[in-house]
Design a protein around this ligand. Structure first.
Ligand code: HEM
Ligand code: HEM
Length: 171
């Protein structure tokens, strides 16, 4: 279908904006933790960091699967930099929660996001998992935030001054 090149489909758009809202919440919890440690806001928001992060991994995997299904029927990225940027967004969006879940598993503590018994927990600790997750989760999380600032800026700037109105493909 000719039109499908001009615009992302309904499921892609729904996933993109639902996840954008959830990522905003996720980074708000990180922001409160760093800027207002132990405040009521921190305690309120941080309570959702782990379960929401797990949900974001699930949605991210769904989104990746859908992107692979659609393949070339999607609108093409404007240029190589945009394609690379989107690839990096996918890589970080999946690696960050995956590393956190690896660390969570390695800690030996039970984990039941939204009451779903994902990890039963065990005695002891698997050190390489906690070390790897500890070294990379926060670091890559900040890298994603920086990349997102660029992503949002590019999305808003493109289309100004007669360029391709790229925002319309996602709305
Ligand atoms: C896409 C989802 C996620 C994003 C974007 C994200 C982002 C971040 C960021 C930026 C930090 C650093 C805060 C700091 O420097 O103090 C952080 C910390 C943390 N996150 Fe996440 N996170 C996600 C998912 C998860 C999940 C699924 C878990 C656990 C199951 C988790 C557990 C933690 C913990 C325990 C910390 C504090 C220790 C540390 O800094 O590594 N996160 N997260
Ligand atoms: C206000 C926030 C945001 C705006 C205005 C925005 C805007 C856009 C636009 C206009 C596109 C289409 C680009 C094109 O056709 O070349 C796009 C694609 C994309 N965006 Fe965003 N975005 C936002 C937030 C996010 C967030 C939070 C993430 C992920 C963490 C994200 C990840 C992606 C990815 C991976 C693509 C490639 C298409 C896909 O497979 O979904 N965006 N965004």
């Amino acid at each position: 279908m000719e039109m499908s090149h001009a615009r992302y489909g309904r499921l892609s758009r729904t996933l993109h904006w639902a996840m954008a809202a959830l990522f905003a919440w996720q980074f708000a919890s990180v922001g409160a933790r760093v800027l207002l440690p132990d405040s009521p806001l921190d305690e309120f928001l941080w309570a959702s960091h782990k379960p929401l992060g797990a949900l974001l991994l699930l949605l991210g995997l769904l989104r990746l699967a859908w992107a692979l299904c659609e393949g070339p029927r999607r609108p093409n990225a404007l240029n190589g930099a945009a394609r690379l940027g989107h690839l990096a967004l996918y890589a970080l969006m999946l690696a960050i929660p995956a590393l956190a879940l690896l660390r969570q598993f390695g800690s030996g503590r039970a984990f039941a996001p939204f009451g779903v018994p994902l990890m039963p927990g065990f005695d002891g600790e698997i050190e390489w998992m906690t070390t790897l997750g500890g070294a990379l989760h926060g670091l890559l999380g900040w890298a994603l935030l920086v990349l997102l600032v660029g992503h949002i800026a590019m999305a808003l700037l493109h289309g100004r001054r007669g360029g391709e109105p790229v925002l319309r493909r996602m709305t």
